[in-house]
Design a protein around this ligand. Sequence first.
Ligand code: ADP
Length: 633
Amino acid sequence: MRSISDTSVNDRYRVPKPKGIKEVPAYIGRVVANFFSRLFYIFRLVWDTKRSLLFIMVFMAVFNGVMPVIGSIIGAQIINKLADAYSGALAAFGVIAVLLILQFAYTFINQAISRLYATVTSVSGEQVSNHVKMLIMEKAKEVDMVSYDSPDFYARMENANREAGMRPIQIMSSTFSVLSTVISIVSYVIVLFAVSWWSPWLIILVSIPTTIVNFVYKKKNVNYMFFRSKSRRQMDYYASTMIDKDLVKEIRMFDLGDTFTDKYKATFDDYYKGLRKLRIEETLWGLGAAVVTSVVYCLLYIFLARGVFRHEFAVGDFSLYTGAITAIGAGVSSFIASTANIYEGTLFIENLISFLNEKPTIVPSLPEPRHVERGTGHTIQFKNVFFRYQGMERDVLKDINLTINEGETVVIVGLNGAGKTTLVKLLTRLYDPSRGTVLLDGHDIKEYDVKELYDMFGMIFQDFGKYAVTAGENIVFGDIERKAGPEEVRDAAKKSGADVYIEKLDNGYDTPLMRYFEANGAELSIGQWQKLAIARAFYSDSDILILDEPTASLDPMAEQEIFNQFNELRHNKTSIFISHRLSSATIADTILVMEDGRIVEKGSHKELMEMRGKYYTLFSTQAARYVEEGENI
Ligand code: ADP
């Protein structure tokens, strides 16, 4: 079954179908123009990676085109001279010896150049593939966060990654092979004209059914691959659950192994069924076309044999002409296969091009972006902000009006799903509001240089990254632009309490974390990881610090202590904390209480307690629970 997203992926690459007969020429024109523009794009990719490769390919194309004809002519000459010698018409053996030496020299040169060519293309292919992968990575860096919410994006990325491999070099190779095939076909056609003017055309004519089968099935194959991106991603996902370090515990304990293997198998069976049907159909049609070709070839051979019988030409010429027929046939097949491959490749590559040409929307709205003034306090304002995630039916943030003054410490509280994280995603411009404006220092946040903006924020997410690098590097990732030494790293670790365990690791701050790559990598507990993430925040020299509950695994006292420390250390810098523990909120200058996408209460702890509203109720409930838990201990 096709999903909506899979269909939309494919629709991007279609040249709109003609609506009437009158539009057909224009349609064909667009298809051809599209084809050549894609081909040109691939040439440029290869040109940008390795210019010499293009020259080598042109040389090889001409060489491969001319050489087989030369080989056939030498071969025919040898047979004719041998036949003459047999009948006593040729006295000197030297001529035959020279011809034989020439033929072996020809075979050797052919082999040597083919090997050399195979080596050059496989080595250069790796370089081209690497170049394309780098382009994809560069693109992934600037893709909007919002793209990651859409299956369509994942489908395009999966398709682009799949094509990044040897596809461009294959297309190039096929293009040059078309060139050499054309040279070789033309040369053999000239040879065959000596026998009859119509035989070359007949051979070309009978190749039409094969051509149609090839092109139709290449197109069907491309469509199938696009439509089934979802199945392939599902298979990748089910397979990855078995080897994902974070999931493997649960998979064992909940005994989910068979469930995911079964899901994988069911998806594969369905995927494979379609693919097999396509391949079998293609083979059957191909066989049908081959029967037609074989019958025509057989009749041509009989015609030639009759020529020898009637002394119209020599035995060596028979071998030359039958060789020419076979070579033209093979040339036409190779021409069809190569052009069909190029056609298929350009259809695939269209997806890559569209992925690489995607324009991010999180860009400055001004041609000359505003610069972010660093090292000062900042004011943030939300004016009538609404936000809805793509494809959702309801607003996640509703009419948010809010001012955060410079140097303020703000704590956002509220139940799960209230919209706290979404609010900070808008505040940091990871997403743009659906309606309304976010202002930074009085200007629309969209006017600023995005990189400078992101540099200004120090953000530690709830699901912060756990990187398989050293403990020290994990801390430095908190502010990679900052020019600081090991002293500052140690200082940050000390403030978050991570120093206690890091110093006990085999190589201290230089110890690699996790065992993906190093056998002596250290495995940390979730609480230890959280302290490391918080050390990143202490290390960061950001103007606005945002902690989105990375402290959830620490006990309430430790969390409060960390918030206190930030509050004291950051003096006039703005800090925003998200927590579901209201005890931690007491340190804040301003507490924002969120419920169902709205800010329902706002004020200091004292003010909100006196108000006896939502905050008061939540706070009293949590406090009572802590007292109860305390009594139970
Ligand atoms: P909180 O941080 O208060 O727990 P969030 O801001 O993370 O809440 O989420 C608010 C609402 O938005 C939730 O209902 C959640 O399901 C939804 N949501 C969060 N992220 C996405 C997303 N990427 N796409 C669609 N819905 C989302």
